[in-house]
Design a binder for this molecule. Structure first.
Ligand code: GLN
Length: 496
């Protein structure tokens, strides 16, 4: 089998055993990128020499006998919202065009320590605001299953790169669903760790109380290996959890749900959901039951109010976070010709540098936080957030995990929802509650919808620091379905 089809775990063992070098593995992936990038357009920045230099350094560390862990030498595509000192970082915004960060994000630094080789920076919706990657200020990314469809968002470059075999692994960030929804619509695995379980230091902030870095991979074990490689306490992030990382790799190697209690969220999977999504979802629930899990229906009535609460909280935090793009400190500066005041330059720069969705969010957030409206909007949304967290807590008294479809539909056409923000926001209907509560949640592929032959994902949710449960249940579903299919779901994708 060619190197690009191997799993990250396999590549890591081959490199450790000296059967292949990190340079050879990186070259195979760079060649694949050169071949398919004109169609997929997953990356914003690629520099072959910088990547090969990293690979040579890993080979040298391994030759010197350094113990680097199971992913040493394995290539990875890195979302362009994490700072990287050897590559530009734009968050897919014109306002950061050409910015070279002076430091590495904690996630970036940990990838390097573990010997992962960064292939390039992947495309996203500008500042991670969106569900389709069409809000990138640079270009759209295409879904490898059907190039006329979106790869999900905001981490759509990362999901597309993994689904197109350009990289075995990639990073994402999930504020309202930006890892799980892209994973679902491209037929791969994507995990949102517990909030605070992975560091936000050097992650360009969208909504700080929600932003969570997490892994993408083509299988559950690879996702767990990457999760373990970059997660854990970071003193540089004030909301980082000072507790051991749940043993996710061990859980991914224990595909056993016998005796587990699985709650089906009653509020998710009814009207407005695509028939093919519901069909695969119900089959997945039956499968869990046949594997020995006890399935019960659970009602969480406030989950239906999560979406409106999120669209007050996230824009409020964004309007504050994005104030730092003031034309003085980073990237773009417009109209600074010596005749204008700092305020004028700032206004011109922000008008030219931010795209329409980012401006919409800044205005929504500024309004929700303004005096006289604060209690009615932001304050009310925070109360809803508390109620949702309590409903989760009550549910987890009864069950070990909750399940739902990851997203109500399969990948939609590029352009289809571009002018309809409400339709776009609905993609995250099922994913947002776990962000508001800070819980863990994963998406794993469960088949193709009959109508369009596109991937469907199952969302498995677990309480704070219950990340291992997501992997355990995900691995059980994966094992059972792959033996039925005779391989991974992705092996059914058309050749690019
Ligand atoms: N689609 C959601 C939004 O646009 C979530 C984005 C995310 O998780 N970064 O806000």
């Amino acid at each position: 089998m060619s190197l690009i089809r191997k799993t990250a775990a396999e590549l890591g063992s081959m490199i450790a055993a000296g059967e292949v070098s990190a340079v050879e593995v990186a070259e195979a992936h760079l060649d694949r990128m050169a071949e398919v990038e004109p169609k997929v357009k997953a990356f914003l920045h690629v520099d072959r020499e910088v990547t090969l230099e990293q690979a040579r350094a890993v080979d040298a560390r391994l030759r010197a006998g350094e113990q680097l862990g199971p992913l040493a030498g394995v290539p990875i595509a890195h979302k362009d919202i994490f700072t990287t000192r050897d590559m530009p970082t734009t968050a897919a915004s014109k306002i950061l065009e050409g910015w070279r960060p002076p430091y590495d994000a904690t996630v970036t630094a940990r990838l390097r320590e573990a010997g992962l080789v960064i292939l390039g920076k992947t495309n996203l919706d500008e500042f991670a605001m969106g569900s389709s990657t069409e809000n990138s200020a640079y270009h759209a990314t295409c879904n490898p299953w059907d190039l006329t469809k979106i790869p999900g968002g905001s981490s759509g470059g990362s999901s597309a790169a993994v689904a197109a075999y350009e990289a075995p692994l990639s990073t994402g960030t999930d504020t309202g669903g930006s890892i799980r929804q892209p994973a679902s619509v491209t037929g791969i695995v994507g995990m949102k760790p517990t909030y605070g379980g992975s560091s936000r230091y050097g992650l360009i902030a969208f909504a700080s109380s929600l932003d969570t870095p997490g892994p993408f991979a083509r299988n559950v074990l690879d996702a767990a290996l990457l999760h373990e490689a970059f997660s854990g306490y970071d003193p540089m992030d004030s909301t980082s959890i000072d507790a051991p990382v749940p043993s996710v790799v061990e859980a991914a190697k224990t595909p056993d749900v016998a005796g587990m209690r699985i709650g089906v969220v009653k509020e998710f999977a009814g009207e407005g959901y695509q028939a093919g999504v519901l069909a695969r979802y119900h089959e997945a629930v039956q499968l869990l039951e046949s594997l020995g899990a006890k399935v019960v229906e659970v009602s969480c009535p406030s989950f239906t109010t999560a979406l409106p609460a999120y669209y007050l909280i996230a824009p409020s935090e964004c309007s504050s976070n994005l104030a730092r793009f003031d034309a003085m400190r980073y990237g773009l500066r417009v109209g600074d010709d010596g005749t204008r005041s700092a305020e004028e330059v700032m206004a011109l720069t922000r008008a030219a540098g931010f795209g329409p969705e980012v401006k919409r969010r800044i205005m929504l957030g500024t309004y929700a936080l303004s005096s006289g409206y604060y209690d009615a909007y932001y304050g009310q949304a925070q109360k809803v957030r508390t109620v949702i967290a309590r409903e989760f807590e009550a549910a987890y008294q009864q069950v070990d995990v909750l399940v739902s479809p990851t997203t109500p539909t399969t990948a939609f056409a590029i352009g289809e929802r571009a002018d309809d923000p409400m339709a776009m926001y609905l993609a995250d209907l099922c994913t947002i509650p776990s962000n508001l509560a800070g819980n863990a949640a994963i998406s794993v592929p469960v088949g193709l919808a009959d109508e369009d032959g596109l991937p469907v994902g199952l969302q498995i949710m677990a309480p704070v620091l219950g990340d291992d449960r997501c992997y355990r249940v995900g691995a059980a579903v994966e094992q059972a379905l792959e033996s039925r299919w005779g391989g991974s779901l992705l092996s059914k994708a058309p050749e690019l």
